[in-house]
Design a binder for this molecule. Structure first.
Ligand code: AMP
Ligand code: GLY
Length: 425
């Protein structure tokens, strides 16, 4: 099977690794310069943003499947473009991707389909006064969200009504460009966050192991939001009854609702959840695999992953290709460059990956580059160090043993990845 992979980060390195290990005949093609992806995939010198070039390459080189990692190309309609040329794509259409690319669409979709989520209202720039009235009717904290994609920066949890009004004003004043022309204002949900990923052909689905991300930069979930500083899987926060509720009240109604409304969701549906007293509400849906959740979750998945995704892309999900690994835990610690998510430097030489691998870790590259045969850092998030264990504690210990072996200047990581899960064990 010949697969073209879109995307550049740790999630995509992990996807390339999993797809390649699915079967002997899998070949991956990628335009990414990420050194981890390049160690697996055949490099293709084309512009990832040029869908015409991608489709030409796929048709000429008889690509069987395109797998799309990030949300931006999906929101821009890459899947529609390639499907129209007869190329199978694992990833949703532009209309289906709105479940992530428009928060107001996602919230109204949830309301229409009875999916549990925070109470909310959405407002356009002309409705500023109504937005203020709505804020005054809520009890703080109040959550204000820019409607469109804002790279994780479009959400502000406000401690007072005054702050919420100020944030709405800022969003309407153009700080988030198009993304901020509409805002969603919603009640604050108490609880702990977790993620559930479903692979779906638009009708049938399989649930991947549950996981918990660590979004804040500092230990103890303090400091700024980041792309994610580490994850572990599965999370004991979601016990069996909670998982049943998530499947019955969230995942299935979302997949059925998207199909009924005329834009079936084909790809990986990501439910970002707030869990309290064993019940979950949706904080957000994403239209793709999570990063770094994927790096924690996929090492636990057995079976023929490439055939699983191809069957979903072809509208006939074959669940026989999926096999979970119920008895193991996994932990992924992200190594970042000091200063991230604000200013940071790139270009530091990285050593010790082989030593981490000799301890049994798998190391995924988030932002790396090969320069003159040396591996250097090339992003805020640099590497994800993953290990499996029979217990969560063991997985955590092994991944940090790997972390200790890897060196680059300004290396920064959280020391408490997975600790949130230990309190439930
Ligand atoms: P989102 O981009 O919608 O996932 O929001 C980013 C982060 O803001 C989430 O991961 C939560 O930590 C927080 N958040 C968003 N909405 C809410 C809410 N209604 N209640 C509490 N926290 C929220
Ligand atoms: N880890 C959060 C996300 O992928 O959106």
């Amino acid at each position: 099977m010949r697969i073209f992979l879109v995307g550049n980060g740790g999630r995509e390195h992990c996807l390339a690794w999993k797809l390649k290990n699915s079967a002997n005949d899998v070949e991956i093609f990628s335009p990414s310069k990420n050194a981890g992806i390049q160690s697996i995939a055949n490099f293709v010198s084309i512009d990832e943003k040029n869908y015409e070039e991608i489709s030409k390459f796929c048709l000429e080189r008889r690509i069987d499947l395109v797998v799309v990692g990030p949300e931006d190309p999906l929101a821009n309609g890459i899947a529609d473009f390639l499907r129209a040329k007869g190329i199978p794509v694992f990833g949703p259409s532009r209309l289906a991707a709105r479940i992530e690319s428009s928060k107001s669409f996602a919230k109204e979709f949830m309301r229409r389909n009875g999916i549990p989520t925070a109470q909310f209202s959405s407002f356009t720039i002309e409705q500023f006064n109504d937005a203020v009235d709505f804020i005054n009717s809520l009890h703080p904290p109040i959550v204000v969200k820019a409607d469109g994609l804002a790279a994780g920066k479009g959400v502000v949890v406000c401690q007072t009504r005054e702050e919420a009004i100020k944030v709405v004003k800022q969003m309407f004043s153009g700080e988030f460009a198009e993304a901020g022309k509409k805002v969603v204002i919603e009640e604050f949900l108490e609880g702990e966050e977790a993620s559930v990923l479903a692979i779906t052909d638009g009708e049938n689905y399989v649930l991947l192991p549950t996981s918990q991300d660590h979004k804040r930069i500092f230990d103890g979930d303090l400091g700024k939001n980041t792309g994610g500083m580490g994850a572990y899987s599965p999370t004991p926060l979601i016990n069996r009854p909670a998982l049943e509720q998530i499947e019955n009240e969230i995942i299935r109604p979302a997949i059925v609702g998207m199909a009924n409304e005329g834009y079936p969701f084909v790809g990986c549906l990501y439910a970002g959840l707030m869990v309290k007293d064993n019940r979950a509400k949706v904080v957000e849906f994403n239209c793709r695999f999570g990063d770094p959740e994927t790096q924690a979750v996929l090492p636990l998945v057995k079976g023929d992953f490439a055939s699983l995704l191809l069957s979903a892309a072809n509208g006939k999900l074959n669940k026989d290709y999926y096999q979970g690994n119920e008895s193991k835990f996994s932990c992924c610690v992200i190594l970042a460059s000091k200063g991230y998510p604000d200013e940071y430097q790139k270009g530091f030489e990285i050593t010790g990956i082989e030593l981490a691998e000799s301890l049994g870790c798998v190391v995924f590259h988030s932002g790396t580059l090969k320069v003159d045969n040396k591996l250097v850092s090339n992003g805020g998030r640099v590497l994800g160090v993953v290990a499996l264990g029979d217990t969560l504690q063991e997985a955590i210990q092994k991944s940090y043993d790997g972390v200790d072996k890897i060196h680059f200047e300004n290396k920064y990581f959280r020391k408490d990845i997975g600790a949130k899960g230990l309190k439930y064990v």
